[in-house]
Ligand binder design. Structure first.
Ligand code: CMP
Length: 136
């Protein structure tokens, strides 16, 4: 069924000039851009977005990284787009993400700094609804 998801081109993707390349893959797949904006999130917005990760060892570095520059927030629609975009993005760690995926083809090996993995995609319909409200 047609559904919506939140995609973020994270600060590393924007800073490296990969927004266009990432959007090209999303559009080539046939997903529809419903809304798109450049956002410089404050800490409060990120605390909401990453609430489930509070207390984990990567939580603070992740927030610092996400405040290091603008992200592109995308409201994306398509048939099973939540699962489909995560497949397009590839595994969380760009070091091991499969070739053919955004992270596998464009992500760099950042050692322990796994938070720099170019994109975010909601992981369930509940997360998508919650996260779209935070960013739009
Ligand atoms: P994302 O899918 O946006 O949601 C949680 C983020 O936390 C994830 O992408 C990574 O950026 C980051 N992350 C997840 N696991 C780790 C980890 N083990 N070390 C560092 N960052 C992580």
């Amino acid at each position: 069924a047609t559904e919506e998801t939140l995609v973020l081109v994270k600060p590393d993707g924007v800073a490296r000039g990969l927004t266009g390349a990432i959007l090209a893959r999303i559009e080539a797949k046939g997903y529809a851009l419903v809304d798109l904006r450049l956002v410089e999130p404050d800490r409060g917005r990120l605390e909401q977005h990453y609430a489930e990760h509070e207390g984990k060892p990567f939580y603070e570095p992740l927030l610092e990284f996400m405040m290091s520059g603008p992200s592109v927030a995308i409201r994306l629609a398509g048939n099973r787009v939540i699962e489909g975009f995560r497949s397009l993005a590839g595994a969380t760690d760009p070091t091991t993400a499969a070739p053919g995926t955004i992270r596998g083809d464009l992500g760099r090996d950042w050692g322990l700094r796994v938070q720099q993995n170019l994109v975010h995609g909601s992981d369930s319909p509940e997360s998508a609804a919650r996260e779209l409200d935070i960013w739009f």
